[in-house]
Design a protein around this ligand. Sequence first.
Ligand code: DAH
Length: 345
Amino acid sequence: MDTERIRAIEEEGKKAFAEADSEESLRELEVRFLGRKSELTGILKGLKDLDAEEKRTVGPLVQGVRVALSEAFSAAAERIAREGRDWEAERIDVTAPGVSDPMGHLHPITSLIHEIEDIFTGMGFGIADGPDVESDFYNFEALNFPADHPARDMQDTFWVDSDGLDTRYVLRTHTSPVQVRYMETHTPPFRIIVPGRTFRCESTDATHEHTFHQFESLVVGETGSVTVGHLKRVAETFFSEFFGRSITVRLRPSYFPFVEPGFEFDISCVFCGGKGCPACKNVGWLEIGGAGMVQQKVFEAAGYPRGKYQGFAWGFGLERLAMMKFRIPDTRMFMSGDLRFIRQF
Ligand code: DAH
């Protein structure tokens, strides 16, 4: 067996692989030097006919050449792939500013609810909630709006089709029904707030929206332990913290069937502090919502004995507070789904 020839094949092959300059020529060289019909494969196949002595010397030599040529082929393949790449196009500017993944965030009303909850839990309040679709009983009846009471006209109600049901349902017009739900399962003393979504069937404008939010408060204790003074003080503490400036509260006599006495609730103007400015129409006060001392009839509807307890309650519009805090001119923006608005928060 011609060992010289085997070494020559190695030299020829290595040189050819090193000079190959395209994938195509490389593939041809692979067939020629390593393929089934190559000279080297022929020699390998012929090994079985050699005598034992020759096998011992030629066998390892041919195998070694085969390995060497395979490696030369791989190196050439890698080199050609590398040379074929457009390095300029693949250049990465590691100093370029990054592009961050788009990420959502909380709706401003949700953040505001969280902020309000933080302030009230800091004052020992619990947080309660109730259903958006509410029965006539909790939305009206238990709150001392009897069936044909004209006070129901105060609420522009979305009635839910309740055919075949034993009671009528509404989209709750306020968060007050949660007062009764909560009292049915809790015994005073307690203090809670109820942030939540509310609905009114009315035409919309810059200060009216059919879907909005309120937050109710309810503080109840033994008769004599909860007064209008507490209502004012708790509210002033909350508003001062919420607006980051000292706020005073003013109560004006008003009527809501579920409180007695009932009040219209104002705070000193958060913009001018009460001196008078365009935001408060120069009166120095901003209207916030309703408040009062819980009607004994409401306690009775919740199953409490008449006269045993006393408490205060209020219901404030959340959008109204948000508009004051962030100086937003139109309440319809909150539910508009307009991302240009939402992204500002
Ligand atoms: N529920 C009333 C409304 O939506 C607001 C209100 C007034 C709530 C007086 C109260 C209250 O808790 O005491 O118009």
